[in-house]
Unconditional design. Structure first.
Length: 468
């Protein structure tokens, strides 16, 4: 039985979906004002492991991830660059899709955008006003938290403590300093949409309440996001949705631990900020995913190049086994039947993953499996086709299907000499570009080669390459 740690009840619970065999899941997606960073990547990949495992368990998963495509950060960047907010959002939505595809994150069922749901958002705010939960001021529509006695139930925060800690409020029109904006009236020069309360744009929290309700219904199974979102974002989503519908909003709340760099919080000011792209240039998606899977989703993860380097060998063991088995699959089969208990491995894998998606334990099962397979393959007799098929099936379902950490074997290139010449030509071009400070082109060459499984290694004297 699958058990999930529910942030709201602070305990592991048996997982029972609202509709048998189906799971509706919502994950807070990116604000598209820049390339996403490696911390965001961890959250997207953790959510992907969870979704893939639910599919492994044969659930039909409806997976929704929103894109926040209107917000202060987007407007600020648009103004700085002299373009529209829509242009910034469009550019970085495309970059987001390019990056998650490279990271082998499975596509969501849908990626709703805030600006395509203004109508639904306005309706939702209208419901809250009708119920006396929200009020209109000169600069916006606010949620009156005093009207929702359960406010604080997700984060475990008490309203009184929050109020004491709240900054001296500049906005006197608000009834309570903790009241938050559902609709922000447009300031000069800001993009806006018409509404019954005046031209403006939606607040961030309301977008997730309105879009999850539209795509998943008033009550759904799983809502996930990074642990920074517990308060206030998810607390506010609960307040909005439950006050509007009178029903339970989410059955299981899941939160991902943060990623730190060399034991420090990642931030632009500390100079340790890494976009996902910085990492692709150096390591393939499988390595990044493997590094993330080695830590449970809820725990903090310390990301360092040393940690990645030491993971590469572990992953290589799995890959080597898969490659060896693939070779056996194309060779003449034998008659040897190794005594490997596949059922036991499936059961141990499920047991590990059923325990709140314990990916490190799931990987440990894979390693035990691979050790036993290696012993079987070293036997002087060749194994049967059936055995090889079963090994491939197990790896395909687990290492590939749930974790996305195996590469499919590439066929040998037809002309290795020409390939070598072409790669070296690209290396020369890249060196020239770096000399001319055309770093974007230089990085493009390195990243594209990396995507083809060719890793460049720079030393002071020269650049060499290695094939994965
Ligand atoms: P944002 O674009 O900042 O709204 O973040 C998108 C997702 O990434 C959210 O689920 C965040 O909680 C998550 N996130 C942001 N920073 C980190 C981090 N350092 N580690 C893990 N997840 C993060
Ligand atoms: Zn959200």
């Amino acid at each position: 039985m699958l058990r999930i740690y529910n942030t709201q009840t602070r305990q592991k619970e048996d997982f029972v979906p609202l509709h048998e065999g189906e799971i509706r899941m919502y994950v807070c997606g990116p604000t598209v004002y820049d390339f996403f960073h490696i911390g965001n990547a961890r959250s997207f990949i953790n959510a992907d492991f969870i979704r893939r495992y639910l599919e492994f368990k044969k659930f039909k998963v409806t997976y929704i991830m929103n894109l926040t495509d209107i917000d202060d950060k987007i407007i600020r960047r648009a103004n700085a660059e002299g373009v529209t907010a829509a242009k910034i959002a469009d550019t970085f939505s495309k970059e987001f899709f390019a990056d998650i595809t490279k990271l082998k994150v499975k596509k969501a069922t849908q990626y709703p955008r805030a600006t395509s749901h203004i109508h639904e958002i306005i309706d939702f705010i209208g419901r809250l006003i009708e119920r006396g939960i929200a009020y209109v001021t000169e600069d916006g529509v606010y949620y009156n938290i005093a009207k929702f006695p359960e406010y604080g139930k997700l984060s475990g925060k008490r309203i009184e403590d929050l109020q004491e800690g709240a900054r001296v409020e500049v906005n006197e029109a608000k009834k309570n300093p903790l009241d938050f904006a559902l609709w922000k009236m447009a300031k000069p020069g800001e993009p806006f949409w018409e509404s019954p309360w005046g031209a403006g744009r939606p607040g961030w929290h309301i977008e997730c309440s309105a879009m999850s309700c539209k795509h998943l219904g008033e009550t759904f199974d799983i809502h996930a996001g990074g642990s920074d979102l517990i308060f206030p974002h998810h607390e506010n989503e609960i307040a909005q949705s439950e006050a509007a519908t009178g029903k339970q909003f989410v059955r299981y709340w899941m939160h991902f631990g943060f990623l730190n760099i060399d034991n420090e919080k990642m931030s632009k000011s500390l100079g340790n900020f890494k976009t996902a792209r910085d990492i692709f240039g150096k390591y393939p998606a499988e390595v990044i995913r493997f590094v993330f899977a080695q830590t449970h989703y809820a725990a903090p993860l310390d990301f360092s190049e040393n940690a990645i380097e030491s993971s590469v060998t572990g992953l290589q063991r799995l890959q080597n086994c898969a490659d060896r088995v693939a070779e056996f699959a194309t060779a003449e089969p034998g008659t040897f039947v190794p005594s490997l208990d596949f059922k036991k491995y499936y059961a141990s894998f499920e047991e590990a993953m059923d325990d709140d998606f314990n990916t490190p334990k799931g990987l440990a099962v894979l390693f035990d499996f691979v050790s036993e397979v290696n012993v079987a393959l070293s036997n002087s007799e060749k194994p049967t086709k059936q055995f090889i098929n079963n090994v491939q099936k197990f790896l395909k379902k687990t290492a590939d299907g749930v974790f996305g950490i195996l590469k499919t074997r590439k066929k040998q290139s037809g002309n290795p000499e020409l390939e070598d010449k072409l790669i070296n030509l690209l290396i020369t071009l890249r060196t020239e570009m770096k000399l001319k400070k055309e770093y974007q082109i230089a990085d493009l060459i390195r990243n594209e080669l990396n995507g083809m499984g060719i890793q460049l290694q720079d030393t002071k004297e020269k650049t060499t390459y290695k094939k994965n």
